[in-house]
Design a protein around this ligand. Structure first.
Ligand code: KDG
Ligand code: MG
Length: 402
């Protein structure tokens, strides 16, 4: 089998997605998600200029060799743009192999370790009581794990909380939106939210929270400690992750489980976290972390250190990435949980999916390959529109982490 053609499909059915389609001489094709929120065209150019010409003529079954061809062979290593491009290629190759051999991808990477995939939903409200109600609504939908985010008194808008009851979507068209942030207000508010949630819903439901990279290690240690009695499933991105040793301080002060990695790209972003057991869950997703090929190695290393996976699954990752994640989640022994934010109905007019939500879990069928498809004609009706993630400033105007 040989690769004869590679296409890029950039579309915006309610938000931007970049999809790679690798086509072979036997008519079998594979799909890969190449979406990097707010930087879609950077990945498209990288693929178009530097990867696609080298893919033509290659045998798509040689996945390990092709991965190293683009990672090692490019000389320039790592980085979100390059790694998203490699991830898309890798996903598409696994999709081709599954289709060609007539088996679902989970059967190529070890088979089923479980029958269904535990997911966590998002619940958010403008204040504590609205968040409590929204968590209740998710419990009514059968979710067993819920991430709770709340507006902060004194701040006009907060990460994870939508306005006007619209589904949360941080990327906006036009130039980046600027928000105002204050960590002291946040640190005072969040423990109150989780104490109230435990009062109302008891101990059985799993609760999660995303601090979205905004605390210093000592601030995160305070938060993690104050949340200890609330028994979170995890506290996510308490501190931005470039300085891995920063997590030693949090770890030494609290037993609140920690998750990180949605902005990471390779195993080298995680080596200190893993080997010093500074975290409990890895969030680096298939679409940005080098595809299934690289994440299998990360999960294997993590398993030695009692660390599980909990992949990023926000709506800016396409249904192709979610399907690839679900195959991985089904197969890998040290799976922990999967983030699940349902896409808008319009997204499913473009992407045809093979998974469904039931009773707190996602279920994926046994369609060969990844099992998702794209309708290119519908995609053409929704052209790309430039959009940016927001940015933050502190109360005095200083640029801060979003
Ligand atoms: O593109 C950025 C989003 O994917 C991110 O803000 C979502 O933090 C996020 C999460 O945990 O889903
Ligand atoms: Mg997050």
């Amino acid at each position: 089998m040989k690769i004869t053609e590679v296409k890029l499909i950039l579309c915006s059915p309610s938000r931007n997605f970049l999809t790679l389609k690798i086509i072979t001489d036997q008519g079998v094709y594979g799909l890969g998600d190449a979406t990097l929120n707010g930087r879609e065209k950077a990945v498209a150019t990288y693929l178009e200029e530097y990867c696609i010409p080298c893919l033509i003529g290659k045998d798509p079954f040689q996945i390990e060799d092709i991965w190293h061809y683009f990672y090692v062979g490019a000389y320039w290593r790592r980085g979100p743009v390059k790694m998203t491009a490699i991830s898309a290629i890798d996903m598409a190759l696994w999709d081709i192999k599954g289709k060609a051999l007539n088996i679902p991808v989970y059967n190529l990477i070890g088979g089923k370790s479980r029958q269904k995939i535990l997911v966590y939903a998002h619940a958010e409200g403008k204040d504590i009581e609205e968040t409590v109600d929204r968590v209740g609504a998710k419990i009514d939908q059968g979710f067993l794990a819920i991430r709770a985010q709340s507006g902060i008194p004194g701040l006009e808008d907060t990460y994870g909380v939508s306005r006007n009851n619209a589904p949360y979507e941080p990327a906006v068209r036009g130039n980046p939106k600027e928000s105002i942030w204050d960590t002291d207000k946040y640190l005072n508010h969040i423990p109150r939210l989780f104490k109230r949630l435990r009062e109302v819903y008891g101990d059985d439901i799993h609760l999660l929270h995303d601090a979205h990279h905004r605390c210093t290690p000592v601030e995160a240690a305070r938060l993690a400690r104050e949340l200890e009695s609330c028994h979170l499933f995890w506290l996510e991105d308490a501190v931005r992750g470039e300085l891995q040793e920063g997590y030693r301080l949090i770890r030494s002060h609290s037993t609140t489980p920690l998750a990180i990695g949605e902005v990471f790209n390779t195993i080298y972003d995680l080596t200190t976290f893993i080997t010093e057991q500074l975290i409990d869950y890895i969030r680096m997703p298939i679409v940005h972390g080098g595809g299934l090929t690289h994440l299998l190695k990360v999960a294997a290393m993590a398993s030695v250190y009692h660390i599980r996976t909990g992949f990023h699954g926000a709506t800016d990752l396409s249904p192709v990435n979610l399907a690839a994640s679900l195959h991985f989640d089904l197969a890998v022994n040290n799976f922990g949980i999967q983030e699940y934010m349902p896409h808008q109905p319009l997204v499913h007019e473009v992407f045809k999916i093979n998974y469904e939500y039931r009773d707190g879990h996602l279920h994926i069928d046994d369609t060969p390959g990844l099992g998702v498809d794209i309708d290119e004609e519908v995609a053409k009706k929704h052209p790309y529109q430039r959009a940016y993630l927001p940015m933050n400033r502190k109360m005095d105007g200083t640029v801060f982490h979003w």
